[in-house]
Design a protein around this ligand. Sequence first.
Ligand code: BES
Ligand code: ZN
Ligand code: ZN
Length: 489
Amino acid sequence: MEIKYITKPLSEIEAELELVLVVEKNFEHPFVKDYKKTLEVLGFSGNQDETALLIESKKLFVGCDSLKGKDIRSAIASAIRSILDKDIASVKLATYTNYDKCTASIKALAEGLALGSYSFTIYKSQPKEPKLQTIYISNESYNDKNIEESKIKDAITRALNIAQAVNFVRDIVNTPPDDFYPKIMAKTAKDLAKENNLECEILKEEEIKEEGMNALLAVARASRHEPRVIHLSYKPKNPKAVVSIIGKGLTYDSGGLSLKPSNFMLTMKLDKSGGAAVLGILQAVSALGLDIEVHGFIGAVENMIGGNAYKPDDVLTAKNGKTIEVKNTDAEGRLVLADVLCYAQEKVKADVIIDIATLTGACVVGLGEYTFGVMGKNEDLIDKMLHAANISAGEDAAYLPMNRHLKKGLKSTIADISNVSSSRYGGAITAAMFLEEFIEEENKDKWLHLDIAGPAFNDSAWGENPAGGSGVPVRSVISFLQKLQDNKH
Ligand code: BES
Ligand code: ZN
Ligand code: ZN
């Protein structure tokens, strides 16, 4: 599917359908006015993401609450998704923006087009050929705002690079666990490195042993798939900052001996979403040519059961020498991350360290399934991440505050720390506090933890997110890195 910007009015562009945004329920706008009656008859009220297809008139209307990027992206993606199964090959639309100089809504518009046209069909025995071939963005503006052409083109290119990375992550997350296991994660990383001029180092089991990553190895033990630790790096010439990003890459989480009930196990192919996001972020930073040195680390592991499985009651020694009493083998992500965090800090002296993980069901209980949790010790970094997510990228994020009193739940009578809290409350935060034990003192205020257990995977589509893998939080982290770069110029 191709997205083209054309400097011609809508009337001069040939397409099978015109996509029209009904902004702020304004049915009097020249784009909408003539169809007001018909839309009324159809019961279309212009609510955000609501669509109405008038096939005879060759129009597709979609409600959009405002000209903010977040609303535009969501409306456009919903509209495109609604016609993916229809026999429509080409679509055109105007440019929509709220300010004369602001390309944020143009970027959101292009992201909406590319994210909304995503589909995952390779597992269908008879996949339907995608019908939609071309989308034309006209320079005709919804409200006569004029933005320089070069700026519009640049915004569209950036948007398409980011959306491509998001869709790449969605493909990885959606791939079934028997086809995407740690070795495949490593191969995907190697291929990505080749295509994008990245450095790539893969640790196999032997090397992981030599590194003393015993917590990760214990989680991996019962699987027929050997674990991998992946290190990708993007090194521009004059980086403004160095950032390490660490992803939980559980290619499957059965829970281990603390086995998940079947209805909770279903969809646990999603547990590689943090690692997949790391791959997507590296793809995007290199496509965008950001002036930030970015290191991606992934602990790629499968958590299974078997005679050699690690057990509740085991005590593991992590890479940094700390001992961990295993009380629940389903709290495996933090064990994997503990070792990979240690490894990442030893390998790279970074200015910012971000880990991304589908870490706790508690985070989903607390924030709902649409919002990811942001935790850490540095309020400034937390604010920047929240702003990057909620304002710039249009992904929903919320802060979960650490509380020192919660820490005592992680006490162990026989080891340094236990892998789950004794309290049934505050599970997302106690998981973060567990991870903090593996962040070196001098790095504590450089660290952010993103718990994406809620929005990483969707039962059904919403906004710009399809059913299945969402690609969260690639857009947020890219916005965060972009700001980091711009502020250091
Ligand atoms: N991968 C899960 C967390 C998860 C749950 C992700 C739901 C996405 C959706 C994680 O490994 C896990 O099982 N966590 C346990 C921790 C508990 C044993 C302390 C959980 O949240 O139940
Ligand atoms: Zn688990
Ligand atoms: Zn897990």
